[in-house]
Design a protein around this ligand. Structure first.
Ligand SMILES: Nc1nc2c(c(=O)[nH]1)N[C@H]1C(S)=C(S)[C@@H](COP(=O)(O)OP(=O)(O)OC[C@H]3O[C@@H](n4cnc5c(=O)[nH]c(N)nc54)[C@H](O)[C@@H]3O)O[C@H]1N2
Ligand SMILES: Nc1nc2c(c(=O)[nH]1)N[C@H]1C(S)=C(S)[C@@H](COP(=O)(O)OP(=O)(O)OC[C@H]3O[C@@H](n4cnc5c(=O)[nH]c(N)nc54)[C@H](O)[C@@H]3O)O[C@H]1N2
Ligand SMILES: [Mo]
Length: 773
């Protein structure tokens, strides 16, 4: 029977449409554990926050590009016709390219966009930019920037490692002890970039709990591992995991429990690393007692855990969140070192994983075949920034900085073009970002909703959602390729990003248009991408039906690979024939390459380095609570914060902030109160939840509440709604990775006694007619 499906980053659904109206999103019948975020899309997709027509900021329309940039976010918009908006943007792109060159355009445009592979906004936008001479791009991701930098030096590049992580089916059979730093929140595995058609994590955690596998959650938050039954909780002080792991390492080495043969055969640099651990280098033994002082975990607990890890088939998992902290390279490198000491790398169910639970794909049993992808062409501009250095880029044109052994210079950006991402969701220290946002002459946004990203732009182009277009859904380590069928008509005057870029390319020139479209219609593109993927599939032993059959069937189920993956299995079998792509071909516990960079914030071996902010620092006297801003259970980042599921959790209209009962009591705060969360960088309001499942010196404020400034466009104004990024620190993880350090921030909380300002995050910006522009 033919199905009309759609695919999202949180799962596959069958949209139910009556009289042209979307009424429900029914979960895909092959998904054992579907996400409720699907149903949350129904009202919001056609809701009042949609961008209905193109719009241009008032001063820009009146006085031209670059007018009053300090009024971004503050001024009304004027709605204009598509013709006028497209003419404006095409002219502006041509002007900036002619006057300053394509190096003056920043279009890294980081963000998750939507799941369909043809209408993937970044792929479309980058392809367009490449066909008009290129753009300054971004490297890495907010998810894994520090990992991208460290892992090629010491183990395996992160994208390859992700595809090679030991499968859950293997761990279910072999693992006896599972030690998870930062837990494995099932809420996060709802999601997977490109699609999550078969949600597996809950099922495996339950099954393994039933089978008596011991789970240990080393995290400031107990609920990070509530998916496993009776998980033991070690309530570590945030950002101190490396010290904890060093304490484990010290115990293993001093008790002779380390795997000397494994270290000799498979690892480079054990000796210098050992000298550091044992204190021979700096006079400080990194013993469990030493670690206890930093981590606030008793030395005995650390020592006992080390012995258990050596005595059992042990899997160590380190959450991606740990590398989204200051010096975030260290926890991942230290994980490699710790697992090397245990010597179980390459054995089924032993060794380490990075980010089980972060997204559905990690450890999934499906094939690594990724399905169709839109080719982006080649970028003639070579300049790029590490993705999270965007405020630095705009604030310091010509400024120099270090990145992974290179000395880099920030280009001078005149035009920022963003599609499929929301910097006012994802970037740290939003007040600093607002300042940075005043620098470029022009800011263009493609958006579906009037969120802060749209409100802060000069020109807003309304984009369709997944439900308004035909597409193909697929992702590596996902089980189904989905024929995504258009379910409803475009809302308002929204257009597909592809159509917007085509129209711009046509205005810019014949060659540009030809290069962007290759003469194909959208339908022809879908067929072309699918047929190209079909050829590639053969390399993965996957036989795909022809496009017609696929489209009329509605999906293709892909076979599971014959053999489930064990990370580094072949390396273990023969480390010479299957050498790793590191300089030594082995796992590096000491890296002479990194050492040669001479970075004070990333030495030649994994090390405990004090984060810029943490509870052990003097700053904790003024700001005694560590802010954790995890991923939200009820939405994807800022996407569908206006959905029913997310809205239902708000307290007094604000994003819930979770406090420990003790932290609440000493501050005279109770559940349901509105509090002000603040530090020297900013402040926001949030609604209080009380939960004893976290350390008393932490607060949890999930990401994704739409930024809602009391005085729009003003630097330092109160956020009325609870976006943690007004509080977070905008600092690179280190000179090596320059990743975001979102989980490194101290705050204080107080009961808010003033009159509650109304939430305006979900209201439209103000519009004026052309006359008043
Ligand atoms: N404090 C803190 N901040 C964080 C993190 C954290 O842990 N703590 N985590 C970070 C991480 S890991 C990530 S990945 C980032 C995520 O940051 P983003 O990926 O930027 O967040 P999203 O809200 O998913 O933004 C996607 C935007 O694209 C729009 N969009 C969706 N589909 C389309 C489309 O087809 N066309 C167009 N034109 N637009 C579309 C949506 O409306 C939405 O505004 O956040 C980071 N920020
Ligand atoms: N529902 C939903 N799922 C998502 C997303 C979403 O927006 N919504 N976003 C997706 C994306 S883009 C990504 S990158 C992944 C991210 O996946 P993760 O990086 O794993 O996610 P986080 O929620 O940031 O962090 C997980 C937990 O780590 C703990 N933690 C934070 N700092 C520390 C620390 O210093 N030490 C220890 N031991 N623990 C710490 C926190 O308690 C937090 O709950 O999630 C993905 N999954
Ligand atoms: Mo992410």
């Amino acid at each position: 029977m033919s199905l009309s499906l759609t695919s999202t980053h949180w799962g596959v659904y069958e949209p139910e449409v009556r009289d042209g109206r979307l009424v429900d999103m029914k979960p895909f019948r092959h998904d054992p554990d579907p996400s409720p975020i699907g149903a949350s899309m129904v009202a919001a997709t056609v809701g009042p926050q949609r961008v209905m027509r193109p719009a241009i900021r008032r001063s820009v329309l009146a006085h031209g590009p670059g007018a009053k940039p300090e009024l971004r976010g503050a001024e009304p918009f004027v709605e204009v016709s598509w013709e006028e908006a497209l003419d404006f943007v095409a002219r502006e792109l041509t002007r900036v390219r002619t006057e300053f060159g394509n190096e003056a355009i920043y279009a890294g445009s980081y963000g998750w966009a939507s799941a369909g592979r043809f209408h993937h906004a970044q792929s479309q936008g980058h392809r367009f930019m490449n066909s008009i001479g290129g753009f300054v791009s971004s490297y890495g991701s907010y998810s894994l920037a520090a990992a991208y930098a460290i892992l090629p030096h010491v183990a395996l590049p992160m994208p390859q490692l992700r595809m090679a992580q030991t499968a859950w089916s293997v761990m279910a059979q072999h693992t006896r002890l599972f030690v998870a730093f930062g837990g494995m929140p099932v809420k996060n595995s709802q999601v997977n970039s490109g699609g999550a058609s078969e949600h597996e994590l809950s099922g495996y955690l339950q099954r393994m709990s039933d089978d008596g596998v011991a789970f240990v959650n080393v995290s400031p938050v107990a609920s990070d591992l509530h998916g496993a039954r009776n998980a033991e909780w070690i309530a570590i002080r945030p950002n101190t995991d490396v010290a904890f792991m060093l304490g484990l390492a010290h115990t293993l080495i001093s008790e002779g429990l380390h795997a000397t043969e494994f270290l000799a055969r498979y690892c480079e640099g054990f000796e210098p690393f050992k000298r550091y651990v044992m204190g021979e280098a700096d006079g400080i033994a990194k013993s469990a007692a030493w670690a206890a002082g930093i981590t606030d975990v008793p030395a005995q607990t650390i020592e006992q855990l080390a012995r258990r890890m050596a005595a059992n088939r042990t899997m160590i998992n380190t959450a991606w969140s740990l590398q989204r902290t200051d010096h975030g390279e260290q926890p991942f490198w230290m994980t490699v070192a710790l697992a090397s000491l245990l010597g179980q790398i390459g054995l089924p169910g032993g060794g380490f994983g990075l980010g089980y639970g972060a997204v559905n794909a990690e450890g999934a049993t499906a094939s690594t075949f990724s399905g169709p992808v839109l080719p982006q062409g080649k970028n003639p501009v070579s300049q790029f920034i590490p993705v999270a250095r965007v405020s630095d880029l705009l604030l310091n044109p010509g400024g120099q900085y270090d990145f992974n052994g290179r000395r880099m210079t920030y280009p001078d950006i005149k035009l920022v073009y963003w599609f499929g991402g929301n910097p006012f969701h994802h970037h740290q220290d939003l007040n600093r970002l607002i300042e940075a946002w005043r620098r470029p002459q022009t800011i263009v946004a493609h958006e579906q909703f009037w969120n802060a990203h749209a409100k802060m732009a000069d020109v807003v182009m309304p984009a369709t959602t997944t439900l308004e277009r035909d597409d193909i859904g697929s992702a590596a380590r996902d089980r189904f390729i989905i024929a995504m069928k258009r379910a409803i008509d475009p809302v308002g005057e929204a257009r597909d990003d592809h159509d917007i870029f085509s129209a711009l390319a046509r205005r810019i020139g014949k060659a540009e248009f030809a290069s962007f479209t290759e003469g194909r219609s959208k339908t022809e593109w879908l067929r072309h991408l699918y047929e190209t993927a079909r050829v590639k599939a053969k390399n993965f032993d996957i036989e795909l039906p022809g496009f017609e059959a696929f489209w009329s069937e509605g999906f293709v189920e892909m076979p599971r690979p014959g053999k489930a993956t064990v990370l580094f299995e072949s390396f273990r079998a023969d480390p010479v024939a299957n050498r790793l792509p590191t300089p030594s071909g082995r796992l590096e516990l000491f890296s002479s390459v990194i050492d040669s960079f001479g970075y004070d914030d990333c030495p030649g071996h994994p090390a405990w380095l004090e984060p810029a902010e943490w509870l052990g620092a003097p700053l904790a006297q003024r700001f005694p609570l560590h802010l954790l801003s995890p991923q939200p259970a009820t939405r994807l980042h800022g996407q569908f914060d206006n959905g029913t599921l997310s809205l239902a959790t708000k307290i007094n209209g604000r994003e819930p902030v979770t406090l420990h009962p003790e932290a609440a009591r000493v501050r005279g705060i109770k559940a349901g109160d509105v509090v002000r969360v603040f530090n020297d960088r900013g402040a926001c309001l949030a609604g209080v939840r009380i939960d004893e499942n976290q350390r008393a010196d932490t607060v949890l404020l999930a990401t994704g509440a739409w930024y809602d400034p009391l005085v729009p466009g003003e630097i330092g104004t109160l956020d009325k709604h609870g976006n943690p990024n007004v509080l977070t620190l905008d600092k690179g993880t280190s000179k090596l990775g320059q990743g975001p350090a979102a989980h490194t921030a101290l705050v204080e909380v107080e009961r808010y006694t003033g009159e509650l300002p109304a939430i305006t995050a979900f209201e439209l910006p103000s519009f004026v007619g052309r006359q008043s522009a």
